[in-house]
Design a protein around this ligand. Structure first.
Ligand SMILES: *[C@@H]1O[C@H](CO)[C@@H](O)[C@H](O)[C@H]1NC(C)=O
Ligand SMILES: *[C@@H]1O[C@H](CO)[C@@H](O)[C@H](O)[C@H]1NC(C)=O
Ligand SMILES: *[C@@H]1O[C@H](CO)[C@@H](O)[C@H](O)[C@H]1NC(C)=O
Ligand SMILES: *[C@@H]1O[C@H](CO)[C@@H](O)[C@H](O)[C@H]1NC(C)=O
Ligand SMILES: *[C@@H]1O[C@H](CO)[C@@H](O)[C@H](O)[C@H]1NC(C)=O
Length: 405
């Protein structure tokens, strides 16, 4: 009897040990990448601190609800033996039909002129997982860090900007204003039409608007300081043309921030460093892409990373992962994921949970239903109107006044 009790205790104890061991706890990092595929946010690489590069590869499982206060974050280690070089400042995007593959432009691997280990792809549905190197010829494309990568719905990938060491033999740090376009179906590279008015930059963000086929570039650092955030550069992938968006009420200029697109076509900018490499005052700024008006968060954000973090939007939650925050005079690499529940305008709530039980009411589905099935139109319209009322509640935050130096 006693033996049985001991055995049960022993087995329970073993299970606890195994459970603890199974839970992957990634180290703090900055300038990693985050790529959302279905309900997994894949994290790759980054620096543990300013000298230690990694190629850690793991995902956060957002297929189930979780409570950060109670349970460890649901990370899963998928680090591969045959892998990509250790790096930071890379750019990734999701491509393929269905969108199940990661495209990696590997940033800085400690050698900014190396073009051999530059580009990789990984199909997340393949078993075993495998990073496949895409060879590029030396003059085709140069290694850069802090660039951006966007895939459209036709498997074309648009790399823009970034900074690097140029070609072999170059001795100066070079920022770029070129777009390299990779057709992942044919494997052919080409450049967009050169527009020499586009300012060279790194540490900017790129947001793809699937409705219009436009890529909106926000902020970044240029050769002459921070890039203007009033007149935004927008690239139209359909007609290969650049245009400017003149926005109203812009926030402080910034570099190394993040940007995500909401379901109602707002771009949420989070964090960023000012010209002195210090955190910007207003972390949370939102651009309405229909009216080109900026809203400014009225909540001050304390203890959140401001540069080298990533932002991923899913189900009206924004996941801010890792990055660095200021603590006195030292910079700490965060090992945390902060969760923000996104409301209208620039309203949001910081939460310690992720809850899939109440998925957001999707207006697009209702509109689609009205157009698709006429019979249900009346009911659909009532729900749509009701939802519109709900969405518009809450007053618009006060505009935030920026000091122009
Ligand atoms: C970076 O991390 C390595 C390994 O953990 C450590 O040896 C080194 O002291 C760290 N450097 C800084 C500046 O924190
Ligand atoms: C998360 O867990 C904490 C601690 O158990 C609890 O106080 C809190 O209410 C939980 N949050 C949710 C949304 O369930
Ligand atoms: C993650 O997986 C890789 C490959 O199996 C392994 O080498 C590494 O030690 C794992 N990391 C942790 C923290 O368990
Ligand atoms: C864009 O890059 C090209 C090529 O390096 C350069 O000639 C041009 O001056 C750049 N434009 C700006 C505004 O910096
Ligand atoms: C921010 O704005 C929201 C909506 O307008 C309001 O409910 C909230 O009290 C404001 N918070 C602060 C700190 O001003």
């Amino acid at each position: 009897m006693i033996n049985l009790k001991i055995l049960i205790l022993y087995v329970t104890f073993l299970q606890i040990i195994i459970n603890i061991n199974c839970q992957y706890v990634p180290k703090g990092r900055l300038f990693h990448t985050a790529t959302l595929i279905e309900t997994r946010i894949y994290y790759l690489g980054g620096q543990n601190n300013y000298s230690l590069l990694t190629n850690d590869f793991f995902y956060l499982d957002i297929s189930k609800s979780f409570n950060k206060t109670k349970d460890p974050l649901p990370f899963v280690n998928v680090t591969l033996d045959e892998t990509v070089p250790k790096h930071y400042g890379a750019a990734t995007t999701v491509f393929g039909k269905p969108k199940d593959s990661i495209f990696l432009f590997s940033g800085d691997i400690g050698a900014l002129q190396n073009t051999i280990e530059l580009i990789y792809i990984l199909n997340t549905t393949q078993s075993p997982l495998l990073w496949k190197n895409i060879a590029v010829s030396e003059d085709e494309i140069e290694r850069r860090r802090f660039s951006s990568a966007i895939a459209d719905n036709n498997n074309k990938i648009y790399l823009f900007g970034g900074g690097g060491g140029g070609k072999l033999g170059d001795t100066q740090y070079i920022r770029y204003n070129t777009t390299n376009i990779f057709d992942s179906t044919t494997g052919i590279w080409k450049n967009d039409t050169i527009d020499n008015t586009i300012i060279k930059r790194e540490g900017h963000t790129a947001t793809y608007l699937p409705d219009t086929g436009e890529i909106v570039y926000i902020g970044g650092c240029g050769d002459n300081g921070l890039v203007d955030m009033t007149n935004l550069d927008v690239y139209n992938i359909i007609n290969d043309k650049w245009s400017k968006w003149e926005t109203k009420n812009p926030p402080e200029q910034r570099c190394h921030h993040t940007a995500v697109l909401t379901n109602d076509n707002r771009i949420i900018v989070f964090g960023g460093a000012n010209a002195l490499q210090l955190p910007v005052e207003n972390y949370y700024a939102v651009l309405n892409t229909k009216t080109l008006e900026w809203y400014h968060g009225n909540e001050s954000i304390v203890g959140a990373p401001y540069r080298g973090h990533t932002a991923t939007f899913y189900n009206n939650y924004m996941f801010i992962a890792f990055g660095t925050y200021s603590q006195g005079t030292t910079q700490q690499a965060s090992d945390d994921i902060l969760i923000y529940k996104i409301n209208d305008y620039a309203n949001f709530i910081k939460v310690d949970y992720y809850n899939i039980d109440k998925p957001p009411f999707n207006r697009n589905i209702i509109v689609g239903t009205i157009l698709g099935i006429g019979v249900l139109g009346v009911i659909g319209f009532v729900i749509f109107e009701y939802n519109k009322l709900k969405q518009m509640k809450g007053t618009k935050p006060q505009p935030y006044v920026i000091n122009i130096p």
